[in-house]
Design a protein around this ligand. Sequence first.
Ligand SMILES: Nc1ncnc2c1ncn2[C@@H]1O[C@H](COP(=O)(O)OP(=O)(O)O)[C@@H](O)[C@H]1O
Ligand SMILES: [Mg+2]
Length: 332
Amino acid sequence: MTLLEAKDLKAYYITKSYGIERTVHAVDDISLDVNTDEILGIAGESGCGKSTLLRVMFGIIRPPLQLIHGTVAYRSGDRSLDLLSLTDDEYRQIRWKELSYIPQGSMSVLNPLRRVRKTFWDFIDTHRPNTTRREFEDLVTGHLSDLGLPAEVLDAFPHQLSGGMRQRVTIALATILKPRLIFADEPTTALDVIVQSGVIDLLRRIQAEARNSLVIVTHDMGIHANLADRIAIMYAGQIIEEAPAKQIFGNPQHPYTKYLIHSLPRIGDKSHRISSPGRPPSLMVPPKGCRFRDRCEQKRRICREERPLLVSIGENHKVACFLAVKEGAHAS
Ligand SMILES: Nc1ncnc2c1ncn2[C@@H]1O[C@H](COP(=O)(O)OP(=O)(O)O)[C@@H](O)[C@H]1O
Ligand SMILES: [Mg+2]
């Protein structure tokens, strides 16, 4: 079942300096659904627009980012709300309680001058104003213990915790009100590999227990392989392939997806890797046609002239590539 439906999103950074206007097409015509009870991964190289897309889907668009086009419909009970046109008041009713967001570099959201307990208290007090101290202690220690975190973290200042523990505490804070949808932006990127796997286990556990939905952004395909049920691959502000994780890794269709998967390190593997030299195009003047074509070994003339749309090529599998689309595929 669809929980959130992002449709035809265009969101650009528009800045002006010395009278010259500069437009970065960070999210450039993206439609993407999030289903109930799933982990959706969003992958792609640094700078392709992942963080921007996540912020738009969460409904926070602040200058210089501007919404040019599109809607984000969130299903709340039997209502459908367009997150991009709610008033601040309306959005306050659901933000953090139903939808939650763990920003990139979020370990820094913990106030360094406050003990963790105080940060949790302020958060709960803001969103559930009539909570008593007793209820607060029960709620917080219960949640921490569900997540396998020691209650002692509450007495610590952030700098007294390791990076991994700080990240877990941030995740605990973002999930304490049991949101139905959690957006997490590179939640493991600053951590070393061992600590990463603990944080991944934590996210998996939260999702499995609450049966809510998690949208995780990371450039790290290894993490997607470990965690995601379904994956959307972004390239230069657009989604170029979307499929269940098994399909993405077992039967990738877009040359860029193939490249991403083959550049994953494999233990003991010394075989030749598919190379895709070059860099993504500028998002200030994105080229007409396929944005990957300059890096693509199989490009044809049409790739220069027309934009390949994201179309269905099988059950739950969509791809935006002229080479991959066979007869009978239909635009979605
Ligand atoms: N505040 C900003 N002003 C102008 N351009 C920005 C801003 N933030 C991000 N961008 C640009 O938008 C594009 C997408 O960035 P981002 O969404 O952060 O990508 P990712 O998360 O995939 O690394 C990049 O080209 C980046 O330089
Ligand atoms: Mg980012």
